[in-house]
Design a protein around this ligand. Structure first.
Ligand code: KG4
Ligand code: ZN
Length: 342
């Protein structure tokens, strides 16, 4: 049996997956540290690295156990590995190093190729699992805790960034606003759940650069505007309707993302857009974007919910294509904290 083991540890999730051939996932394990970082209102990089070291042994054992159970092959082990793929960039450097060091050791010990994967490409490839036949050219709206960008995917591996954020990333805005509202971490799922009970028209928050005519984003003003609104209401002794604030904030973000995505499709003349990154789990974004691009004859693909946020299945998916193309990494592969798509 020839299997690919994938490892993802770029932020606060230690994840591993085993892929057999191109499509058959034998296992997927995600060890989340959310409970620990939630106490601090966000990810503490030093704690993330230490917790990854504690988790990594248990995660690989669990991953192999799932693969044995799935295949019924009780003796499935390291010798069945054909390659090891690992996220090496971008992300928290100390967190990346844990996965990369483990992957290098394992690839060397098993004498199989090491494949360094760009985390952002991993998010893009998560769409191939939901929609195996999807093919470039297309536009990707990459929206995560660290990135907000519109990219023209000319071919697999050939990318042109059309626009990105000048300040905060969209997931970062969700997380910071949730923190200011006392909701907890990570903010995206908490705000979107609360927003379902609120009125998106209750407060008119700013939509910066919405009509700037380019594909740049600026989200820090929106975040500040929500914080100022909360402070003013508190000072005036008025009780804040948190659901209304969550819905109005989410509406402002989604309006901008949708407007710019439509613009990117019109500029490229393409009829296909995909979402990638943690924020693509946002149901309101998925629906509003699908409606808007449908209005200009284009279609939207987004990853299945569990594959929107960080996981190793997407790293296996990207890693497998690199494996097929012989795109191997040297054993002195280094973690790289910032790297673009392509
Ligand atoms: O891709 P990801 O798991 O990690 C990074 O690569 O950054 O994205 C995490 C981000 C967090 O900021 C989180 O709040 C956001 O994705 N997120 C969401 C939702 N689920 C996760 N944002 C909005 N709505 C959601 N449902
Ligand atoms: Zn991510």
């Amino acid at each position: 049996m020839s299997l690919l083991l994938a490892i993802e540890s770029s932020c606060d999730e230690m994840a591993m997956a085993v892929l057999k051939d191109q499509r058959e996932f034998l296992s997927s394990v995600v060890a989340s540290q959310i409970d620990i970082h939630a106490m601090y209102g966000g990810v503490v990089p030093e704690i993330a690295s230490r917790k990854h070291i504690e988790a990594i042994g248990g995660v690989v054992i669990e991953c192999l156990a799932q693969a044995r159970e799935r295949t019924g092959k009780a003796d499935l082990s390291w010798s069945d590995l054909a390659a090891v793929s690992v996220t090496y960039a971008p992300g928290l450097v100390g967190a990346l190093v844990v996965g990369a060091a483990f992957a290098k050791g394992l690839a060397w010990a098993c004498d199989v190729p090491l494949i360094g994967v760009n985390h952002l490409e991993g998010h893009l490839y998560a769409n191939k699992i939901a929609c195996p036949d999807i093919k470039p050219p297309m536009v990707v709206s990459l929206v995560s805790g660290g990135h907000t960008m519109l990219v023209h995917v000319k071919d697999w591996g050939s990318y042109e960034t059309m626009g990105s954020t000048l300040d905060d990333a969209v997931g970062e805005a969700f997380d910071k606003v949730a923190k200011a509202m006392g909701l907890g971490y990570p903010g995206g799922p908490l705000i979107s759940a609360l927003a379902e009970k609120g009125n998106p028209k209750a407060v008119r928050f700013p939509r910066a650069l919405m009509h700037s005519g380019d594909l740049q984003f600026s989200l820090s003003g929106l975040k500040t505007s929500v914080m100022t609104y909360l402070q003013k209401e508190q000072q005036a002794g008025r009780e804040v309707n948190k659901a209304d604030v969550a819905a109005s904030f989410q509406e402002a973000i989604v309006d901008v993302l949708v407007q710019k995505s439509v613009h990117a499709l019109q500029e490229t003349g393409l009829k296909k857009i995909v979402l990638a990154g943690g924020v693509s789990a946002n149901k309101h974004l998925q629906t509003a974007l699908a409606d808007a691009v449908g209005g200009i004859g284009a279609s939207l693909v987004h990853p299945t919910p569990i594959l929107c946020t960080d996981n190793a299945v997407m790293i296996a998916c990207r890693g497998y294509f690199m494996y097929q193309n012989g795109e191997y990494s040297p054993l002195d592969l280094n973690a790289v904290p910032s790297l673009k798509l392509g």
